[in-house]
Design a protein around this ligand. Structure first.
Ligand code: PHE
Length: 460
């Protein structure tokens, strides 16, 4: 096998290193940018509630499954499935396609964050807090938005190429707690604004009658996206684990951190939006990928003379969180190409760079010269399409296949035994029932209900 010809497999120095690396991959734009706008779109507390339920059921169950599968097989995604028979490689291949769809648009949003950081330094806080014109002018300026995407991509690729990821993760040890503290401070401030308490109620209190198939599939996709699941990353991370690391407590810590950051990000943005617009419906109508970039500068601006400094520091921290995630995405793409073609890592990285750059440019132009392409209906963009295909279609299907495969083909015992190597597994029975029956049934129901709703909603 290829294994014997490659140098010894990299490994984490211990449990903390693993949890931190996984959390670094997980906490990123998904929590800071994507979660708040989805929650705003889908009724605030209702979305928060469904997301909470998913993170601590299917999220944790799959996190455990993927890391244990990786540790058991000592392979990244495609190899891990293939280890049980060549005919199962397709699950790994399908799963591995997901990061290739995500990287291009992830880097576009990374470019937006970079632009805002620079904007706070060069233009000052008032220019950015103009209610959205700054943002729309920027994304409608194709060359400019491409340049900022390329800067973000360059930071990502250079880190992967030089192989200093470990250094970045160390820095993250400082940056992530800082981000959390800062987000908490901004959230508290935002909550002190007039009208914000009604907004807080909107954000925290679920209205169960507002649950729709679309909301559920979005919360499900968001769970996979934020936890970096259903795309092979956690299998790879698990493959670097030694047998003494407790998987059960690790996955709870990873999921807890990610959920906590998302919760805070929503608190910074949603009550303030609600206070500004006055009703949940208005919030929903105005939410979208631009939400964070329009609302936060206004919150900062209200904070007074320090606004530029606050905005600058904040976007540095978000940039960092985004970089650690994009690095893990690009790492995954690279190792997938490497495993699949047997080429050298350098060459695999070059292929990844070419593909994602070209795609990224197309995504950028989706807001300017290609703006006529509105694949998901009036006003939608190429970015929306890639986000939709990966999060709402491919990841749920990948998760479904994985559950059926483990539950019925290779059998849960393989995973359970692996988990038990390092820890007691109190939830063994519940986990088995969940992976074998509950998760597949729920996933099928959600997918079918969603497709039905979508077909009635818009024609593509
Ligand atoms: N989890 C990351 C985020 O929330 C995104 C990501 C997805 C990173 C998949 C790696 C793999 O931003």
């Amino acid at each position: 096998m290829a294994e014997s010809t490659t140098p010894a497999r990299a490994s984490w120095s211990g449990k903390l290193a693993f949890v931190l690396a996984a959390a670094a991959s997980a906490v990123g734009l998904g929590s800071m940018w994507r979660f708040p706008y989805l929650a705003a779109k889908y009724g605030g507390g209702t979305f928060l509630f469904v997301y909470l339920v998913f993170v601590f059921t299917i999220g944790i169950a799959l996190l455990l499954l993927e890391t244990a599968l990786g540790r058991h097989t000592r392979q990244s995604a495609i190899g891990a499935f293939k280890a049980f028979g060549k005919k199962y490689a397709f699950i790994g291949i399908f799963t591995s396609a997901v990061p290739f769809i995500i990287v291009p648009y992830y880097c576009v949003i990374g470019g937006w964050v970079t632009k805002y950081l620079v904007g706070y330094v060069t233009d000052g806080s008032a220019a950015l807090a103009d209610g959205g014109a700054f943002f729309s002018n920027f994304i409608a300026d194709g060359p400019q938005s491409i340049v900022f995407m390329l800067i973000f991509m360059a930071l990502t690729y250079l880190t992967v190429a030089i192989g200093v990821n470990k250094g970045i993760e160390k820095a993250n040890l400082v940056m992530m707690p800082l981000l959390i503290v800062m987000a908490a401070a901004v959230a508290i401030y935002a909550l002190s604004m007039p009208g914000a308490m009604d907004g807080l109620a909107f954000y925290l209190l679920p209205d169960l009658s507002a649950i729709s198939p679309e909301l559920i599939i979005s919360a499900l996709g968001q769970t996979f996206f934020t936890l970096s699941l259903a795309m092979g990353i956690m299998v790879t991370y698990g493959s670097y684990l030694d047998k003494s690391t407790k998987l059960t407590s690790s996955v709870v810590q990873i999921a807890g951190t990610t959920f906590g950051v998302s919760l805070l990000a929503g608190m910074m943005i949603i009550p303030a939006t609600f206070a500004a617009l006055g009703s949940g419906q208005a919030v929903a109508e105005n939410s979208g990928p631009s939400l964070m970039f329009i609302i936060l500068p206004q919150v900062f601006q209200n904070m007074g003379p320090a606004a530029s400094v606050i905005g600058c520091v904040f976007f540095i921290l978000v940039l960092f969180a985004a970089l650690t995630s994009s690095i893990s995405l690009v790492e995954t793409c690279t190792s997938i190409i490497q495993d699949a073609t047997g080429c050298f890592r350098r060459r695999a990285l070059i292929y990844t760079i070419i593909f994602t750059t070209v795609m990224g440019i197309i995504v950028n132009l989706g807001y300017s010269s290609l703006a006529f392409i509105q694949p998901l209906g009036e006003g939608s963009s190429v970015l929306d399409l890639l986000d939709f295909i990966s999060n709402s279609v491919m990841m749920p299907i990948a998760a479904l296949m994985t559950c059926i495969w483990v539950g019925w083909i290779v059998k849960p015992k393989v995973i359970i035994d692996e988990v038990k190597v390092s820890a007691k597994f109190g939830a063994e029975k519940a986990w088995t029932v969940f992976i074998k029956y509950i998760a597949p049934v729920v996933l099928v129901v959600i997918l079918v209900a969603y497709v039905a709703q979508t077909m009635g909603l818009f024609s593509m």
